[in-house]
Design a protein around this ligand. Structure first.
Ligand code: UT7
Length: 330
């Protein structure tokens, strides 16, 4: 392992064309209101795939933008990793292999998926970073892509108002020394598995009755997940600041997984972040799972300056969570 600095060379995102507002959900007959959803979550709208659109379609479009932003071509990519828990195929092939084919990369580069739910992007970034540091790979396409709209019960108001579809992509590669990913810590606590889950795997295989009962859709104990989320966020920010010998005033921006505006408000108050340090776009996209952090990075890319210290903080089912510190190198 050498001491190369690895960072983001290019970034891109894609969300489906179809926008669904809170009022649209009410018009569809859901027993909810724009007021409830916005006050409890900060969400105003989300983007939803069409019937034939897949996770790889979104990932492919985001990838093309990231490649262009990095001033590279698809021929420069030598590995593809997709963070997703909503793959195109239930078992296999991986969505990353599908993306490789869509990008028309005919060379046999490695392509694989990482399943860490909403923490997937933090996990995947770190995996890619280490492959580049090993010296065996140069430009890795890292994607966070999820289509949760095909995995929720659209009559269950406790979950369907929360989620949206999207994909964010970055090209990771070598950057100048002391820039890029400076720190990563990843965590999991499998004892919390039942508070946020989607059945239909080997524990409860898909049968006709199981699907009829909608048992395969996302189930969440929102209050417990909320409590767990704020606990692990506090833990991971403390770890990062202690381990890196930094203060909050050294941090330019805090980019957390976009699950609920109230979680972000809690972190801002608890940590005493300034309002403009905590970035959010949950109002537009809802919770897009593994895509949410790169969607924020892409939306706020224009305001980042070289040298900015940016915390990425993901959390989600498992329970899994992760924190990365990036020194912006573009
Ligand atoms: O991405 C992975 C991580 N996910 C998260 O971090 C999500 C964390 N959890 C949350 O964001 C929140 O718990 C929710 C947004 C999911 C729910 O907010 P809450 O303030 O915890 O509401 P609640 O579940 O305690 O429900 C309060 C009330 C209930 O009615 P009663 O029992 O008080 O009469 C619900 O039935 O709100 C009702 N309710 C709704 N009402 C209108 C639940 N969903 C809705 C809805 N519209 N969509």
């Amino acid at each position: 392992m050498n001491n190369k600095s690895v960072g983001i060379l290019g970034i891109g995102k894609y969300v489906p064309e179809k926008k669904v507002t809170n009022d649209d959900l009410v018009s569809m007959g859901l027993d909810t209101s724009d007021e409830w959803i916005f006050e409890r979550t900060g969400i105003r709208s989300r983007y939803i795939v069409s019937e034939n659109e897949t996770t790889s379609d979104l990932a492919y479009k985001a990838a093309l933008k990231a490649v262009k932003d990095a001033s590279l071509t698809v021929d420069d990519i030598d590995m593809i990793i997709v963070a997703t828990t909503t793959p195109d195929y239930r078992l296999f092939p991986s969505t990353a292999a599908v993306v490789q084919n869509l990008l028309k990369i005919n060379r046999p580069i490695p392509a694989f998926d990482v399943a860490a739910a909403c923490s997937g992007f933090s996990y995947t970034l770190s995996i890619a970073e280490n492959y580049i540091k090993s010296g065996h790979y140069k430009n890795v396409l890292v994607l966070g892509a999820d289509v949760l709209s095909k995995n929720i019960d659209w009559t269950d108001r406790t979950t369907c108002v929360l989620f949206g579809d999207g994909a964010g992509a970055v090209i990771l590669g070598e950057v100048e020394p002391e820039y890029g990913i400076l720190y990563t810590k990843l965590y999991a606590d499998g004892s919390c598995a039942e508070i946020l889950k989607a059945d239909g795997g080997t524990k409860s295989p898909l049968t006709e009755g199981f699907v009829r009962d909608k048992s395969h859709f996302i189930k969440m104990n929102g209050r417990l997940v909320f409590k767990e989320a704020v606990k692990v966020i506090d833990m991971s920010i403390k770890d990062l600041l202690d381990d890196c010998c930094l203060n909050l005033s050294d941090i330019s921006y805090y980019v957390a997984h976009q699950a609920n505006m109230r979680i972000l408000d809690y972190v801002r108050q608890k940590q005493a972040f300034k309002t403009n340090q905590v970035l959010s776009n949950i109002d537009k996209y809802g919770n897009t799972s593994a895509a949410s952090i790169p969607l924020v990075l892409d939306d706020f890319n224009h305001q980042f300056k070289k040298g900015d210290y940016i915390i990425l903080n993901a959390f989600g089912a498992g329970f899994t969570w992760g924190v990365n510190l990036i020194r912006w190198s573009k």
